[in-house]
Each structure stands twice: as C-alpha cells, then as structure tokens.
Design a protein around this ligand. Structure first.
Ligand code: CA
Length: 121
C-alpha cells in the first residue's frame, strides 16, 4: 500500500484502447472530488456528497494511452491495487483509493475505484 497527497495526484499507466470504469463514494460532511487527468487534459471531474454512501458517481472512458493522474480533494490518500488474471493474461486491474479529508484519520471520507479492462465488449 502506498499513500499520497490528494492534490499531488497518483499516476496510473493505462495502455491505449483499454476501457476504464470508475466509481466514487463518500462518508463525510463535505463534498468529495475526484479528477482524472491525462497530461493537462481533464478526462473525469466528479464529486459526491454523502455521509452514508448514498451518493455514488460512476462512469467510464477509453484510454488514449499513457499516464493518467488521479487527484482528490481529500488530502491524505491510501492506495492499493488488485489484479485478476485468467490463465496467461490480465483480465482487469483495479486501483483502490481511500482518503481522509480532515483529522480523525478514519480514512473513509473518500473511497474510489478505477479499473481498466483487457478489452471492450
Ligand atoms: Ca475522516
């Protein structure tokens, strides 16, 4: 597991043509924002506001290839990865983000997943 500052971003390399799914939920008094950029181009900019996971933002895009940087309004983000293999190929890889937006260190103010898939359809 790694950690980073939400405003500094976290780099994810995604091959061109991979389809990518994302989701964002929160348990916080304040709005939680996630931004995904490729270079200076904003690919995803979304936010949720909920104290009880009742507000979810989901979506998808197709990778243009290269490095995507993921930013959060929460300042202290923990990140890990999960890979599903089938035989000799990777089916999907998921990045898991859990973030703290204040000082109580429960790390459940922001929760996001970003998954890329081997192929579309
Ligand atoms: Ca908190």
């Amino acid at each position: 597991m790694a950690k980073f500052q939400g405003s500094k971003g976290y780099p994810i390399d995604i091959e061109k043509g991979k389809v990518v799914s994302y989701s964002l939920v929160s348990q916080s008094a304040g709005p939680q924002k996630m931004t995904i950029k490729r270079g200076n181009t904003v690919v995803v900019e979304t936010s949720v506001k909920s104290t009880n996971l009742s507000n979810t933002s989901t979506g998808s895009f197709t990778s243009q290839g290269g490095t995507y940087n993921v930013y959060f309004s929460a300042h202290d983000i923990r990140v890990d990865e999960a890979v599903i293999n089938a035989g000799d190929f990777v089916v999907t890889k998921t990045y898991l983000f859990a973030g703290e937006d204040s000082t109580d260190r429960d790390y459940q103010d922001t929760f996001a997943t970003i998954s890329w898939f081997r192929s579309a359809g």
